[in-house]
Design a protein around this ligand. Structure first.
Ligand code: NAD
Ligand code: TYD
Length: 342
């Protein structure tokens, strides 16, 4: 029987993965290991906490003793590492915690995996490739060229995982995901921020010209991609996970506003993010070779996500009414002051 330690399982992608995995593999035992930062929320798994084969350990992945004890006590045979600080804008405001969790935390997991002989699957990101030129699609063999503190911390973690495979021969796999959208994404990220702002009739702060390009992939397809690698991936290998198709942020905003029936006059172009990556795009043929195909195209993914926020105010209203406000003001008050409608 698979006995999985899912780090960061109370976050956006981790909680979607836990729900997906349990539905597909009900015989598995899942131990969620999560620090419950602002982005980690028990309510993301509200429907599952009563299930006998899932439990939660609240802890930091940097706490080597607790990670080791949890893996030993629970006879864990697979660690899937979703735990991370994940928002580029937060990494610009306060970068050091990104190194603590994303680099040192991943390193601790590798040490425990090495000591106890556990397979580790690491969740990386397309941002490790840096922003890429028109036409090119990042391949798993491309050099890493991160440009934000977040991306640099993820690239360091990605390389540590690969170095452990080379040096110690431990069984690892890595997936590099595109921008995910879907249920339970904390509203600091663009699609849930824009959706919830639109629902509230608030303005939509688009950084710069809004012509940056992203592959907005549905989190469901990320979960099936990770599953394909866990079940059929080559040990030691890296796999890109996305749709292979990108759109501009302005196109994404149009889909959100049209889906929610809101007026396009809500759009405001605001001061750009420092070092804003212009374009991400990945080639996903290697994952396809495992028999995986995405179910959603990016337009459907964004529309589905926007609808989820319209239908699940219970989830995001308490977040937006609490500590999120302070972040929002810090990030946007000055940017929005004096902006004009497009
Ligand atoms: P998230 O911010 O929603 O969740 C992160 C989770 O990690 C939270 O539950 C948080 O409490 C937990 N966590 C943070 N620090 C921790 C620590 N020190 N110890 C234990 N738990 C800790 O993030 P997400 O969007 O679900 O991203 C999950 C993973 O996927 C991350 O590794 C991220 O880099 C990667 N990723 C995300 C995207 C995306 O679009 N969101 C795309 C590609 C890759
Ligand atoms: P985000 O969801 O933060 O993901 P990432 O920066 O990791 O790709 O942002 C997606 C895109 O939307 C990115 O190009 C930045 C842009 N963006 C805005 O224009 N305004 C915003 O308020 C936010 C949060 C993002």
């Amino acid at each position: 029987m698979e006995r999985l330690l899912i780090t960061g399982g109370c976050g956006f992608i981790g909680s979607n993965f836990v729900r997906y995995w349990l539905a597909q593999h009900p015989e598995s035992r899942i131990v969620i290991y999560d620090k419950l930062t602002y982005a980690g929320r028990r309510e993301n798994l509200l429907d599952l906490w009563d299930s006998a084969n899932i439990s939660l350990v609240v802890g930091d992945i940097g706490d080597q003793e607790l990670v080791r004890k949890t893996c030993t006590d629970e006879s864990i045979n697979l660690i899937v590492n979703f735990a991370a600080e994940t928002h580029v804008d937060q990494s610009i405001l306060g970068p050091l915690v990104f190194t603590d969790t994303n680099v040192r935390g991943t390193h601790v997991l590798l040490e425990v995996a090495r000591e106890l002989g556990i397979r580790l699957h690491h969740i990386s990101t397309d941002e490790v490739y840096g922003h890429i030129k028109d036409e090119h699609q990042s391949l798993e063999t491309d050099e890493l060229a991160p440009r934000s503190p977040y991306a640099a911390s993820k690239a360091a973690a990605d390389q540590l995982v690969q170095a452990y495979a080379v040096t110690y021969g431990i069984p690892v796999t890595i997936t590099r995901g595109a921008n995910n959208v879907g249920p339970y994404q904390y509203p600091e990220k663009a699609v849930p921020l824009f959706s919830t702002n639109a629902i509230l009739g608030e303005v939509i702060p688009v950084y710069g010209d809004g012509l940056q390009m992203r592959d907005y992939a549905h989190v469901y397809d990320h979960c099936t991609g990770i599953e394909a690698v866990l079940l059929r991936g080559e040990i030691g290998a890296v796999y890109n996970v996305g749709t292979g198709r990108e759109m501009t942020n302005l196109e994404m905003v149009d889909i959100v506003l049209d889906t929610l029936g809101q007026d396009h006059s809500l759009v405001r172009h605001v001061a750009d993010r420092p070092g804003h990556d212009r374009r991400y795009s990945m080639n996903v043929d290697k994952l396809r070779s495992l028999g995986w195909e995405p179910k959603y195209d990016p337009r459907q993914a964004v529309a589905e996500a926007a609808r989820w926020y319209a239908e699940n105010r219970w989830w995001w209203e308490p977040i937006r009414n609490s500590e999120f406000r302070e972040y929002y003001n810090r990030q946007y008050a000055e940017r929005l002051a004096g902006t004009q409608t497009t």
